[in-house]
Design a protein. Structure first.
Length: 156
């Protein structure tokens, strides 16, 4: 008498097991792809935000230097400020357009990234740069005082 089992032993996988495995691997692959995409987008967005902040900080420094030596400051509209220098350096026009801050002296123009919704205002002899709240910036008002117009106002 032989001791052979009645049912032969199964070898391999069933079709259902293979389908479940393929579905699980596909889902895992999609999740990993989304994670990589989100990671790279975060790096890209962070780098752009840092570059924009550094650009605006440099523009702020230039504007502060211009206004400090200004003999006259005029705000033509919320997006344009004119600074007349006291040292005979002529006029400088600062313009806010499409999230860009531009400084024009004669034919030379420098452009930097600016926060969206920024506007110029004039408070006596002080130039104000109002920044509206947005996804990338908190609401703030930057004040730029002119040394000459402040001293002249104190002498009167």
């Amino acid at each position: 008498m032989s001791t052979r089992p009645r049912h032969p032993r199964r070898r391999g996988f069933t079709l259902m097991e293979l389908l479940v495995t393929i579905i699980l691997l596909g889902t895992f692959g999609l999740l990993v792809a989304q994670l990589f995409h989100a990671t790279f987008m975060l790096n890209y967005t962070t780098a752009n935000a840092q570059n924009a902040a550094a650009s605006f900080n440099f523009a702020e420094l230039r504007l502060r230097e211009d206004v400090w030596t200004a003999q006259k400051i005029a705000v033509k509209d919320p997006h344009t400020a004119a600074v007349t220098l006291s040292d005979g350096g002529g006029a400088i026009t600062w313009t806010l357009r499409n999230d860009k801050l531009s400084r024009r002296v004669g034919d030379d123009t420098d452009t930097w990234t600016a926060p969206p919704g920024a506007t110029f205002q004039l408070d006596g002899s002080t130039l104000l740069l109002a920044v509206a709240e947005s996804k990338t910036a908190r609401a703030a008002t930057l004040s730029f005082a002119s040394q000459r117009t402040t001293v002249n106002g104190m002498l009167k």
